[in-house]
Design a protein around this ligand. Sequence first.
Ligand SMILES: Nc1ncnc2c1ncn2[C@@H]1O[C@H](COP(=O)(O)OP(=O)(O)OP(=O)(O)O)[C@@H](O)[C@H]1O
Ligand SMILES: [Mg+2]
Length: 220
Amino acid sequence: MSLKLSEVKKSYLQGSQKLEILRGLHLEVKKGEVLAILGQSGSGKSTLLTLLAGLDTPDSGDVEIAGTAISRLGQAQRTAFRGKKIGIVFQQFHLLSHLKALENVALPLEIAGDPEALSKAQFILEQVGLSHRGEHFPSQMSGGECQRVAIARALVTHPEILLADEPSGNLDVKTGDVVMKVFMDIVRKNHTTTILVTHSHELANLCDRKLNLVDGVLKP
Ligand SMILES: Nc1ncnc2c1ncn2[C@@H]1O[C@H](COP(=O)(O)OP(=O)(O)OP(=O)(O)O)[C@@H](O)[C@H]1O
Ligand SMILES: [Mg+2]
């Protein structure tokens, strides 16, 4: 099992009000499986990815990734674990504004000390159709271009686990189809365990399995 959540609960405090978002959620994902998560806006999909990424911890329950209970690690250990094993495409991209597109994509490889960081980054930028935007800063690119840079950055390290939050949300149908085909080809080739949050049933149907986040739990 590559990924396992048991009895995961997460709520947010909004003033004196407690918002219960995840209410005892269970999930098991096999190694190499590509899982789509659907659900209404506000249902907690991004919250779930945040816990899977170890960017936050559940109120109770366990998040286990590749045999490690990351929900029980301290923050520094979670960060190190994430850097080694997990690629993330954030809903809001989170590109570094002072780095050019190519540098953003190369960064995770640079951090890992890969001498071929730039050439590998260039190759994957080409695959998402952005070889001509390598020297642009995020502020000089469209939303869809930034999204493709974020996808390229998440894929470039060939992570064991890939978390993608509406990766085609800002792309027109044609570009979305091309980019998601590249995305699927890469995760299939690398046997990457992938959790894909999407509103697109078409994209969800390309996955091995799809689940709906409803009332704080995952349902078929
Ligand atoms: N830090 C926070 N503090 C308080 N409430 C939060 C916080 N983060 C999220 N929420 C609330 O939790 C709920 C779930 O948010 P989340 O971002 O997980 O939804 P989502 O399913 O990803 O929605 P969308 O499809 O719009 O991206 C929302 O109602 C949101 O207002
Ligand atoms: Mg979201």
